[in-house]
Design a protein around this ligand. Structure first.
Ligand code: FES
Length: 291
């Protein structure tokens, strides 16, 4: 009875199964802005949800949080949505449990009841509710199974006897914007890599086994055989951008001064590829002094 008060209709539970292993990458924890062009349509989004247990950090306290099950997707937070709740009515979210374990779960919106308060929000099928608040009280719905979600909802609004304004937050799964990076090298044939937007160019190349240590670089540090450790002074990580400069983070003053005679050169250690979530094609020449 209480359930009917809260939710106009609820799908039967999907078969519970164990949570998939948490993804290895950090970017899912640092949520990006929602981009409609990157959204994954429902129901294709459902198997891409996961949850991870994290220790507390400067961004959020310790707990279990929704994330994407692969680095090619990420979780973005929607702006808070307001709903007008009327006792006796329902919110209008049809919920479906995607996964559950003893301590966590994933419950998604699978449908919005037409004409309901939920239908007037920007929340869509495939999104996961993450919190709901009313009158200064808030409860987290993050990474909860179906039963725990219902329990949290009823605990907050089950006793309301007068119309109230609720604020709901939700997360959306979206594709990670990618940049195709073609590397031209004086020593090797051209290669093309796919990098998630937001990647540091030097770090990503080093992880993938590419060397960035141009022995002919005009250095602005004390010199030696190594590099400056990404301090932006040795210039051994210089690359010449042949195409896609607009996809890179802007050059800082120091970088501009060092490369004032080579405006297409960038320090890979200072470059963020896909700056601002941009996608596209990038062509860079490695070790440009040797090309
Ligand atoms: S590693 Fe030294 S300037 Fe990039």
């Amino acid at each position: 009875m209480l359930l009917n008060l809260l939710l106009l209709s609820l799908l039967p539970l999907a078969s519970p199964f164990l949570l998939p292993p948490p993804p290895p990458s950090l970017p899912t924890a640092l949520r990006a802005l929602v981009d409609p062009l990157l959204s994954v349509p429902f129901p294709a989004s459902l198997p891409l949800w996961s949850a991870e247990v994290t220790e507390g950090n400067m961004f959020r306290p310790a707990g279990t949080y929704l994330c994407a099950s692969s680095p090619s997707h990420s979780v973005a937070a929607l702006n808070p949505q307001t709903l007008a709740f009327v006792p006796g009515g329902g919110l209008g979210f049809v919920l479906e449990e995607v996964a559950s374990s003893a301590s966590a779960g994933i419950t998604c919106v699978s449908e919005l009841v037409p004409g309901s308060p939920a239908a007037a929000t920007g929340i869509e099928p495939g999104d996961c509710l993450t919190s709901i608040s009313c009158g200064g009280r808030a409860v987290s719905l993050e990474a909860l199974g179906y039963d725990a979600t219902i329990e949290a909802l009823t605990g907050l609004i089950g006793g309301l006897s007068a119309p109230a304004e609720l604020t709901v937050t939700a997360s959306r799964l979206q594709r990670t914007p990618m940049v195709n990076v073609t590397l031209l090298s004086p020593f090797d044939p051209p290669q093309t890599l796919s990098m998630p937007a937001g990647s540091n160019l030097r770090r990503t190349l080093l992880v993938r086994g590419f060397k960035l240590n141009d022995a002919l670089a005009e250095r602005f540090d004390s010199g030696g055989t190594g590099d400056c450790g990404a301090e932006g002074t040795c210039a051994t990580c210089a690359v010449s951008v042949q195409r896609g400069m607009e996809l890179l983070s802007p050059a800082g003053l120091q970088e501009q001064q060092i490369f004032q005679n080579n405006p297409r050169w960038r320090m890979a250690c200072k470059v963020v590829v896909g700056h601002g979530g941009k996608e596209g094609e990038l062509v860079v020449r490695l070790s440009p002094r040797q090309s």
